[in-house]
Design a protein around this ligand. Structure first.
Ligand code: AR6
Length: 176
């Protein structure tokens, strides 16, 4: 797997907050001030430094919040990582196709990771929890986005919380 020779993509089952990587991607919300799921786990384990930087971002670059599909980096606090890249997935909708926004979460996060010089990045299954995106479809969008990305990050990992998510991503990468 991989978009270019220098990129390796790995699928792992587990808790993303335990990953020793340069950058951990957070499935955040526009407020950047925390929430449940991955976001809650990252702030809990990463400690108050992350929230402090998020508050600074809200007071400067993102007064209106971080729009869905965009990404921004902060410190990773106490996590075994250098940065957290916060991105905001779209809430799933049956009346509107928001897959371009979900795809953008992956490409923008990889772009930010590349700018930081990150050698390794861990992604969760963005939008598939609280934001209700069907797993198989989210996995397909994630696989296509990452495989078509031009960002130069050598080690890209998807850290899936359970067996069901892991097999959805395996299937998506096998058929991408
Ligand atoms: N490690 C890896 N995957 C996880 C973990 C973890 N520690 N915890 C949950 N998952 P979600 P979203 C999986 O809800 O759908 C928050 O409140 C989970 O099983 O974290 O983008 C934010 O503040 C699911 O498959 O993110 C936003 O308000 C996937 O990660 C909102 O939820 C994503 O679930 C964002 O919703």
């Amino acid at each position: 797997m991989g978009n270019e020779d220098h990129t390796g993509i790995t699928l792992i089952q587990g808790d993303i907050t335990g990953q020793s990587v340069d950058a951990v991607v957070n499935a955040a919300n526009s407020s950047l001030l925390g929430g449940g799921g991955v976001d809650g786990a990252i702030h809990r384990k990463g400690g108050p430094k992350i929230l402090e930087e998020c508050r600074e971002l809200r007071a400067s670059r993102y007064e209106e919040g971080l729009p869905a599909g965009q990404a921004v980096a902060t410190t990773a606090g106490d996590l075994p990582a250098r940065w957290v890249i916060h991105t905001v997935g779209p809430v799933y909708s049956t009346s509107e196709d928001r897959s371009g926004i979900l795809s953008s979460c992956f490409t923008e996060s990889l772009r930010v990771a590349g700018e930081l010089g990150a050698g390794s990045v861990a992604f969760p299954a963005i939008s598939t929890g609280v934001y209700r995106w069907p797993l198989d479809d989210a996995a397909r969008i994630a696989a296509q986005a990452v495989m078509n990305s031009s960002a130069q990050v050598p080690d890209i990992r998807f850290v899936l919380f359970d067996e069901r998510a892991l097999s959805a991503f395996q299937k998506a990468f096998d058929t991408a």
